[in-house]
Design a protein around this ligand. Structure first.
Ligand SMILES: [Ca+2]
Ligand SMILES: [Ca+2]
Length: 301
């Protein structure tokens, strides 16, 4: 636009000067003055012509650059189109091959390179199909009302090995067994306990440490019963944790149909497991709902 305006202005000036001849200035200035003036006019006309040429050249360069820019944009668009399709296809092929490998006989050979994935199956003594059991045991934690000690739940083996032992209590940090505290709220299936058991109340909790040799990642997802696409569900159940008036602990995913340690039944109250219920407020409702028992699922990939 600036170039166009400049061209128009120069055009007008040129038109005015092109008609200026010695006869126009004769009679107003001396002969010498006329000569100087005409030379100046001549030089100015020459400069204007040069500038016009330069402007025309700049117009041409601008036009060329605009065309080149348009062409580059088109090329970039084509490039993106060509690149997206193969990457998408490769991802799908990779997922398909990974599944084939994981499900093929002798797939555990690949675990030598991959390392496998481990997780605790809270509430069970056995591991899901495809997983190997590292060991099973009973659940341990701090006393439900002690301020200190550990805040996590541990899967304690049945056959502990001891180092140097000093009989009697000296250290002031303790480990207790964990039992279910259900009130009248027991969402668990009873398919893995004695038929006479109608509630898990006061039953000692068990656990198993499991390893999936053919997968390398594991995650516990709260408030879900299914795993994301391309992940394998190991087990699902309900979230449990300590009572809100007791001391803080972590949240664990307890199997949907727990087993219990029959020898450990009784209201002994070491560590205590309570079902975790949703509470609306900062938690978005109605996706969540007041008093609903939160589910959970453990997935591997
Ligand atoms: Ca109890
Ligand atoms: Ca409830």
């Amino acid at each position: 636009m600036t170039a166009v305006i400049a061209t128009v202005r120069i055009g007008i000036l040129l038109a005015a000067l092109c008609c200026l001849t010695p006869s126009h200035v004769r009679g107003y200035v001396s002969e010498a003055g006329q000569e100087v003036l005409m030379k100046m006019v001549y030089d100015l006309q020459k400069d204007i012509i040069d500038d016009k040429k330069k402007l025309a050249h700049l117009d041409m360069v601008t036009q060329e650059l605009q065309e080149e820019n348009k062409m580059l944009k088109e090329k970039l668009k084509d490039f993106h189109k060509r690149e997206e399709k193969p990457v998408e296809g490769l991802n799908k092929t990779l997922i398909r091959y990974r599944r084939q490998i994981q499900n093929s006989p002798g797939a555990d050979i690949f675990s030598l390179a991959s390392g496998g994935a481990t997780y605790v199956r809270w509430g069970r003594t056995v591991c899901p199909s495809g997983a190997e059991k590292v060991y099973n045991g009973v659940v341990g934690s701090s006393w439900y009302d002690h301020n200190g000690g550990g805040a996590t739940y541990l899967c304690l083996p049945h056959d502990p090995q001891w180092g140097t032992v000093t009989e009697g209590y000296q250290s002031k940090s303790y480990m207790y067994g964990v039992e279910f505290e259900m009130y009248n709220n027991d969402p668990f299936l009873k398919t893995n306990v004695d038929r006479k058991i109608t509630s898990l109340q006061d039953h000692t909790a068990v656990c198993a440490v499991c390893r999936i040799p053919t997968r390398t990642s594991q995650v516990m997802i709260p408030a879900k019963m299914d795993c994301p696409a391309s992940w394998t569900k190991e087990y699902g159940g309900y979230l449990m944790s300590s009572h809100h008036t007791h001391k803080k602990s972590d949240f664990v995913c307890v199997d949907n149909a727990p087993e219990v340690n029959d020898g450990g039944v009784g209201n002994q109250n070491g560590g205590l497991w309570y079902n975790v219920e949703a509470a609306c407020g900062s938690l978005p409702c109605p996706s969540y709902g007041d008093g609903k028992e939160l589910t959970c699922v453990v997935c591997t990939k």
